[in-house]
Design a protein around this ligand. Structure first.
Ligand SMILES: Cc1ncc(COP(=O)(O)O)c(C=O)c1O
Length: 365
């Protein structure tokens, strides 16, 4: 028997690469000795956090020695109220990524598989393989989740389906009808995860109404995030919505104090900051339109996006363009990990940031 410690590493983990986040501003400043860096790499909110949330930080001064509320009672209450669901239907995670991980730990194991699309959000593969299960990736159709084709891959071992709506990095979405037609034909012992991290950004009339679906399907869990429109990526907070029994199963394996006190306090104040949310939607709509038009004028092909980012390709190598933009102080994302090596994904920034990005791109192409 091999004495090598890695010979016992769980098989699913051996062929995983660590998740590659967007390059931090400080790293780029040091490496390239530049300042005035613009980060359009991680689909963060260019307007920053909800001002209402920021005003609440000081309230924590006299309770830092105490553990956070392990049940997140007040926050759960605020989310339940906001989502119009009972409190028992809400689970909180250290980022919605943690909810995805809890789902995988609870439903997947080496004799099970999960299904998603090709070019889907990278964390599905990480959490599935970390649980020892196999991830099946169905060919996309026009960069969209081809849900009709998913049925061809169901088998006795299929336990979870991950649908990103909209998906990152493609920015494509599935309509309410497409999701509902799909759910109607999914066996009730398969858990469908509808990842709606960018939910509020989507302005299309035929986009999914999650509440209608949650009322109908017991095998559905919807995940949402405070990292995007709420502008609170730093506090790591996301949540899942599902029927109470499903949530209770996940709560059995959740770490007791997974949501820190800062996150709870800020999120309670951010959730109903309608002014900040609307402003963020408006800036994003304007920026998305500007970027798609300007990219097209440069003869680049964009994938139509409903999120706060857009992916494009053309006569360039993704890695080379990514590095050339870094030297100009602009951080975007190369997406070869998503099997899209000729693409770049850029987050919609403020109009000023978008214009600086487009000018830099014009100089490089
Ligand atoms: C589709 C999708 N789902 C989930 C997440 C995770 O978000 P968080 O863990 O910050 O809530 C992201 C982050 O980029 C994402 O793009």
């Amino acid at each position: 028997m091999s004495n090598d410690i890695f010979s016992r590493l769980n098989p699913g983990i051996s062929d995983l690469a660590p998740y590659e986040p967007g390059k931090p501003i400080d790293d780029v400043a040091k490496e390239y000795e530049i300042s005035n860096i613009i980060k359009l790499a991680s689909n963060e909110n260019p307007l920053g956090a909800s001002p209402k949330a920021l005003r609440s930080i000081a309230d924590l001064d006299d309770s830092l020695h105490l553990y956070p509320d392990g049940n997140c009672t007040e926050l759960k209450n605020a989310i339940a109220h906001h989502e119009k669901v009972p409190e028992e239907s809400v689970i909180l995670g250290n980022g919605s990524n943690e909810v995805l991980e809890l789902i995988a730990r609870a439903w997947l194991n080496p004799s099970r598989n999960a299904i998603t699309s090709k070019h889907a959000f990278a964390v599905y593969k990480i959490v599935t393989q970390a649980a020892g299960a196999k991830l099946i990736e169905v060919e996309a159709k026009n960069w969209k989740f081809n849900l009709e084709a998913f049925h061809n891959y169901f088998n006795e071992e299929t336990a979870v389906i991950f649908i990103a709506n909209p998906n990152n990095p493609t920015g494509t979405y599935n309509t309410h009808k497409e999701i509902e037609d799909f759910l109607l034909n999914v066996p009730s012992n398969i858990l469908v995860v509808l990842d709606c991290a960018y939910y509020e950004y989507v302005q299309e009339n035929d986009y999914v109404d999650v509440h209608q679906l949650l009322n109908k399907y017991e095998n559905l869990i919807v995940t949402k995030s405070f990292s995007k429109i709420q502008g609170l990526a730093a506090i790591r907070l996301g949540y899942g919505l599902a029927n109470a029994s499903l949530i209770e199963s996940l709560n059995r394996i959740r770490q007791p104090f997974n949501i820190n006190s800062f996150a709870q306090k800020l999120a309670i104040n951010a959730i109903d900051d309608k002014e900040h949310i609307q402003k963020s939607i408006d800036v994003n709509q304007e920026g998305l339109k500007y970027l798609s038009e300007e990219l097209s004028k440069l003869n680049l092909t964009t994938i139509p996006s409903v999120g706060n980012f857009i992916s494009f390709n053309g006569q360039f190598n993704g890695k080379e363009l990514f590095e050339a933009l870094l030297r100009k102080g602009i951080i975007v994302r190369q997406i070869d990990l998503y099997d899209m090596p000729d693409f770049i994904r850029v987050t919609v920034g403020t109009m000023e940031q978008n214009q600086i990005f487009i000018s830099a791109l014009k100089e490089l192409l």
